[in-house]
Design a protein around this ligand. Structure first.
Ligand SMILES: [Zn+2]
Length: 493
């Protein structure tokens, strides 16, 4: 590129940095046909990928993490330096702040301009979550490339030799690369996702196993910005609030197709594939755990576990410690909680809503049992066992209120039949027969296929298990009252 051009870009940048966003000048590298030299370089990258293979790795200097790709980089990545100088050589836009050096072929808009500030907030939140003293991360800095067309990055030593192809983002050391996304929010999501990997790899010295590292990266990546304040680890309020994110939809589609990922699968087989669908499951597990203090503490302990010599060792250590954080009884309880959470999962889910209450023990029904549940809690185990193929009757009485959008309605166990949630009357009393399991069960039946009890119901138990009850409530509202509902369970000879 000619000197005059550099000068021009430099001028643009200076103008930009002192200008208001409305008159800012921007530059964009247009996609074009690559030259032979560029094609050769691409080919070399692909060849380098072949070395990654699935065989044993003898040396491993750092781990790369990506959305859509997770791989080990043999011998480390070389031949790159994300610097303002290289960016200028490439004619790219640069923002340099204490926390972030950003290089991009996108026009620098108001959003990108604030990424340094967002990363600053994110760093403080990472430090707090992972219990790292803030002085330790005072000078932690990320170098990031946001690319529409990767060619100018590749040709100017901004993309490393041997970087495996990736669809969304990639992290290596304190460097991250992202492809530009249609949705600004999703683009920022990927940025925070990769920054989480960078923080864990660089500051905590390891990401742990795949579900763990990706789950946390997805958790922190799912964020909201309100009045310039970044909040990570949020539950999206609606599908429209998080375009292109789709994690809840992946899980709901899986459930509709009879696919459920039981807890054991996370750490015995690792994530089966590294696509957005498996990331969705890892996100869900980490979100659920972070929503309850006793499980959150486990994640926090795992993040600083002895990381071992290499990736496989790290993954093993984390997975082993994960399981060992629970007694067998606690593991069964956790597994039941996971089933209830996945069945309840909806946009806007209130964390208060997804805490189940287990009974200390379950006794098989002997003719008749009187029980009570609360209308403001999620699934409650009343400690009554039923047997597959046997007939039962349940009657219920109580008055409580149920929220339907703006309005609160008085309600009885039949529910309000003018409003529905998941094809069942809002406010209706539901029952689930749940078989205790130790995290192996890949069929989600009980919570996912509840019986509408209403004022009364008769049914034949499709499986043996304990009876759980709850009110069919919208998942995003905090119930106004906690009235008691009386339940009579009887067997029918
Ligand atoms: Zn990742």
């Amino acid at each position: 590129m000619k000197k005059a051009t550099y000068f021009l870009i430099l001028t643009f940048l200076l103008v930009f940095l002192t200008a208001t966003p409305s008159n800012a000048q921007t530059r964009r590298t247009k996609p074009r046909q690559p030259t032979q030299e560029e094609l050769d370089k691409q080919k070399a990258q692909q060849d380098a990928l072949a070395n990654l293979g699935s065989g044993k790795l003898d040396t491993e200097s750092e781990i790369g993490n990506a959305s859509g790709f997770h791989g080990l980089v043999r011998g480390g990545l070389k031949g790159f330096q994300i610097t303002a100088e290289n960016a200028k050589k490439a004619g790219l836009n640069v923002i340099d702040s204490p926390r972030l050096l950003l290089v991009t072929d996108l026009p620098i808009d108001e959003d990108l301009q604030k990424w340094g500030l967002y990363l600053d907030q994110a760093t403080m939140q990472f430090a707090e979550y992972f219990n790292v003293p803030s002085y330790q991360v005072a000078s932690w800095k990320i170098r990031a490339c946001v690319m529409k067309d990767n060619v100018p990055f590749m040709m100017n030593d901004l993309l490393p030799d041997g970087l495996p192809p990736f669809d969304y983002g990639f992290q290596y050391g304190n460097n991250v690369w992202l492809y530009a996304q249609e949705s600004r929010d999703y683009q920022r999501h990927l940025f925070l996702h990769e920054c989480t990997h960078a923080f864990m790899n660089q500051v905590l010295k390891g990401c742990g196993s795949l579900w763990f590292g990706e789950g946390l990266a997805e958790y922190f990546g799912t964020h909201r910005i309100e009045n310039g304040r970044l909040t990570m680890g949020v539950m999206p309020r609606s599908r429209n609030e998080f375009p292109h994110w789709g994690r809840i939809r992946f899980i709901q589609n899986d459930l509709q197709n009879g696919v459920f990922v039981p807890l054991n699968e996370f750490f015995t087989t690792e994530l089966k594939s590294q696509d957005n669908r498996s990331y969705a499951w890892a996100w869900a597990l980490v979100w659920m755990m972070n929503s309850q203090p006793q499980y959150k503490a486990i994640l926090q302990r795992l993040a600083v576990v002895e990381q071992g010599k290499n990736y496989a060792q790290r993954a093993q250590n984390v997975n082993k410690m994960f399981r060992e954080s629970f007694t067998d009884d606690q593991w069964r309880q956790f597994s039941t909680q996971w089933e209830a959470f996945i069945s309840d999962l909806e946009y806007g889910l209130n964390p208060e809503f997804c805490r189940i209450e287990d009974a200390p023990s379950v006794t098989p029904l002997n003719k008749q049992s009187f029980q009570t549940i609360r209308s403001d809690k999620d699934w409650q185990n009343v400690g009554v066992g039923v047997e597959k193929g046997k007939k039962y009757s349940i009657k219920a009485m109580g008055e409580y209120s149920v929220c339907a959008g703006e309005k609160t309605w008085p309600c009885e166990p039949n529910g309000i039949t003018i409003r529905y949630f998941r094809q069942k009357p809002l406010g209706a009393l539901l029952a689930a027969i749940v078989t205790p399991n130790d995290g192996e069960n890949s069929q989600l039946e009980g919570f996912n296929k509840p019986i509408v009890v209403g004022n009364s119901v008769q049914f034949t138990a499709p499986q043996s298990g304990a009876l759980w009850f709850k009110i069919n409530r919208l998942p995003n509202v905090t119930p106004a009252d906690g009235s008691v509902i009386k339940i009579i369970i009887e067997d029918i000879p």
